[in-house]
Write a protein that binds this ligand. Structure first.
Ligand code: FE
Length: 344
């Protein structure tokens, strides 16, 4: 009997040990470079990563149905609005980490929790840029977002659905910068300037410019970078025809969004989860993480190591400094404005 007890306690301590060496990661990112990143983390720490991959909506649905029984420790999502939504749903817990606070600028994290911690951290960033036909559009026609609503650009613009999170985020930022009435007038102007009804994703808008269906496209930077790094002749032909503008360099800066993550509300491996997020903010991991999707690192003072991004903005660019959490929070109001101006 005594032997059995000893064996049981040995087993349970072995289990406890095994448990501390694990991490359950729910990820909406699927890049091969991420695999190498996770393998390096396991090699350095001995913490094994069990990954659940899904798209953002799938992860959120899963977390909600699992509730307090969820095995999730770290959740990685794309877009501040989705991170913010998860925070509002109570699916993150706030953590305090000197390393993360030192590495990640405050405007690229959640609003501070009551105890001063953060619910989520931006780990890579993307700019919402304007791609245009070099032959017919002058750089000064597209050097601000405001000009997308200017009559000079009538019939020229290709853009995906107004209520896609990427556009809601851009319009929300514009609204915070200009004020609501002016932003709504601007949105009306953008709708009046569309070359065609919104359809497809960001890459389709860039291709629309190359095909002559429109002259101006709004896109996240990494879609253009992907085309720039492609070996396919048809992609090279697209890239040859277009130029890129980082809008509002003379005012509030180009709109940026993030991909990022936080510790799950019911994390069983909390310390490992924090260690993993801290690892993702280290210089080496930052470059891997950002390059996986041709994005910029968010951590301070890191050299960008991506040929397409360097070619796109050789001297870097001025990005807006308004908190991404405020931009995310403002989105429901923007959706109402879109409905009023008929931006589908
Ligand atoms: Fe995307």
């Amino acid at each position: 009997m005594k032997k059995l007890l000893v064996l049981t306690s040995l087993l349970s301590s072995a289990c406890a040990f095994a448990q501390t060496q694990e991490l359950n990661l729910y990820s909406a990112r699927h890049y091969s470079t991420d695999e190498a990143l996770y393998a390096d983390f396991t090699k350095a720490t001995g913490i094994r990563i069990n990954r659940i991959d899904s798209d953002d909506a799938g992860l959120v649905a899963r977390l909600k149905s699992e509730g307090a029984a969820s095995p999730a420790d770290v959740i990685l999502l794309v877009d501040a609005a989705r991170l913010h939504r998860l925070e509002s749903d109570g699916l993150f817990q706030a953590i305090r980490s000197e390393k993360l606070d030192a590495a990640i600028p405050a405007n690229l994290r959640s609003k501070p929790a009551p105890d001063g911690g953060s619910y989520w951290f931006g780990l890579s960033s993307r700019a919402r840029v304007v791609v245009y036909d070099k032959a017919t559009v002058k750089p000064e026609d597209v050097d601000t977002y405001e000009k997308l609503g200017d009559p000079r650009n009538k019939g020229r613009i290709c853009i995906r659905s107004g209520s896609h999170p990427y556009n809601l985020s851009l319009f929300s930022a514009v609204s915070l910068h200009l004020g609501e009435p002016q932003a709504e007038a601007w949105l009306k102007g953008v709708v009046a300037n569309l070359a065609r009804a919104p359809k497809g994703g960001d890459t389709d808008q860039i291709r629309g410019v190359a095909a002559g269906e429109c002259q101006i496209a709004v896109t996240n930077s990494y879609y253009l970078a992907r085309l720039m790094r492609s070996d396919k002749p048809e992609d090279k032909a697209v890239v040859d025809k277009v130029a890129v503008s980082f809008p509002n360099q003379g005012s509030w800066g180009t709109h940026v969004n993030i991909a990022g993550g936080g510790v799950a509300r019911h994390a069983k491996n909390r310390a490992n989860a924090i260690a993993f997020l801290e690892y993702l903010a280290t210089p080496q991991a930052q470059n891997y993480f950002a390059n996986g999707n041709n994005e910029w690192p968010t951590a301070r003072g890191i050299e960008v190591d991506n040929p397409a991004l360097k070619a796109m903005s050789p001297r870097g660019f001025k990005s807006e400094t308004i908190p991404v959490s405020s931009v995310a929070e403002n989105q429901p109001k923007v959706q109402q404005a879109l409905d009023r101006v008929g931006f589908k």
